[in-house]
Ligand binder design. Structure first.
Ligand code: ADP
Ligand code: TRP
Length: 327
């Protein structure tokens, strides 16, 4: 039986990259006959969030977002990472078989530093904790965005080092990417990867004036609508591709490419994008409001999830401790 697992950091409001790269996959996969584990990576978020109240609020926000977008707690185990402290024990065990060189090659660490995040040891060893998250639950498949593929390869390496050093304790997992390439790596309003930490993101639940403003930030140029343009050079089309059916998308592209009287201007394309977001997320916005008004229910779901998750992680931790002579 397959076991799917993934995590999302509560380090900011969730954006279109999180939705199309990760959450949409999670919600779709929950219908398949397999085990499904999804958690809120609050230990990981500590590498960047330094305010206790804000962290608590963001954890709740990720839970509410997941549930509003359709994650079903009867089909899926949903919990808060720090409710299963066994992962930090497993993380230590893995760190003792992991070479510095492996971590030094991590793109995500290098990117974060380049974007001005001050490095701490936790940020550097982040992939080890992530490997522990995955290996603790005998995960076989990890649905994530493209940016996490290297972390998955590192997880496979760490499982291999441990198993080779001691005995076959850990199952080696593989990454599962959105089949649609534009979803596996969603660009931000500046064209680089959309990320909470780069200030280039569009919040899933943005609406009204704020949504208009957010979409307004997608850069365009001063060329007139009549002037023929190559749609593949327009960032706006990367966003439209996330929402529109193939036929409709092609039609807009053809008109932009042809130019002349029937060609849409940038404002027109942006309006279509806003309408598409309203259609896609309208029902989830309402569900979100309901969930926000019933925090006790969200707490119950997370507590139930933690209990189930913990049982599994404890069994793996015990196996790992025994393998390396600590029991
Ligand atoms: P962020 O980079 O904004 O902090 P996270 O690291 O918490 O987001 O990512 C949570 C999930 O969302 C991961 O599976 C990640 O691969 C996915 N994800 C994040 N940004 C994008 C993006 N721009 N495109 C596709 N998937 C993404
Ligand atoms: N590193 C992931 C991210 O930034 C979040 C994460 C933590 C994760 N642990 C995980 C994802 C385990 C998948 C599996 O997006």
């Amino acid at each position: 039986m397959k076991t799917y697992l993934s995590g999302i950091q509560p380090s900011g409001r969730l954006h279109l990259g999180n939705y199309f790269g990760a959450i949409l996959q999670h919600v779709t996969l929950q219908e398949s006959a397999a085990e499904h584990f999804y958690f809120i990576a609050d230990y990981h978020a500590m590498t960047t969030v330094r305010d206790a109240d804000r962290l608590r609020e963001l954890v709740r926000d990720v839970a509410v977002t997941y549930l509003a977008l359709g994650l079903d707690p009867d089909k899926v185990t949903l919990w808060r990472q720090s409710d299963v402290p066994e992962v930090t024990e497993i993380s230590w065990l893995l760190s003792t078989v992991t070479g510095m060189g492996l971590l030094e090659r991590a793109h995500s660490y290098k990117d974060k530093i380049q974007n001005g995040i001050k490095p701490n040891v936790g940020l550097f060893t982040y992939p080890v904790l992530m490997a522990a998250d995955i290996l603790a639950y005998d995960t076989t498949h990890v649905p994530v965005g493209k940016d996490q593929v290297q972390h998955l390869e590192m997880t496979q390496d760490m499982a291999g080092y441990f198993n080779n050093t001691y005995s076959e304790v850990f199952v080696r997992p593989e990454a599962v990417l959105a089949t649609n390439d534009s979803m596996a790596k969603v660009p931000g309003t500046d064209g680089q990867k959309m990320s909470k930490s780069y200030g280039n993101d569009i919040w899933i639940f943005e609406q009204g004036k704020a949504l208009k403003k957010a979409i307004g930030r997608i850069p365009t140029d001063s060329r007139a609508p009549e002037e023929p343009k190559d749609p593949s050079e327009l960032l706006l089309f990367d966003f439209l591709a996330l929402f529109l059916a193939e036929d409709e998308l092609q039609d807009w592209k053809d008109r932009v490419q042809a130019g002349g009287e029937g060609a849409p201007g940038y404002g027109h394309l942006k309006q279509r994008l806003i309408a598409a977001m309203d259609e896609t997320f309208g029902p989830a916005r309402e569900k979100r409001e309901q969930l926000l008004s019933d925090p006790a229910e969200v707490d119950r779901i997370l507590a139930r999830g933690a209990e189930r998750a913990r049982e599994k992680a404890q069994a793996t931790r015990d196996r790992a401790l025994a393998a390396c002579g600590l029991r």
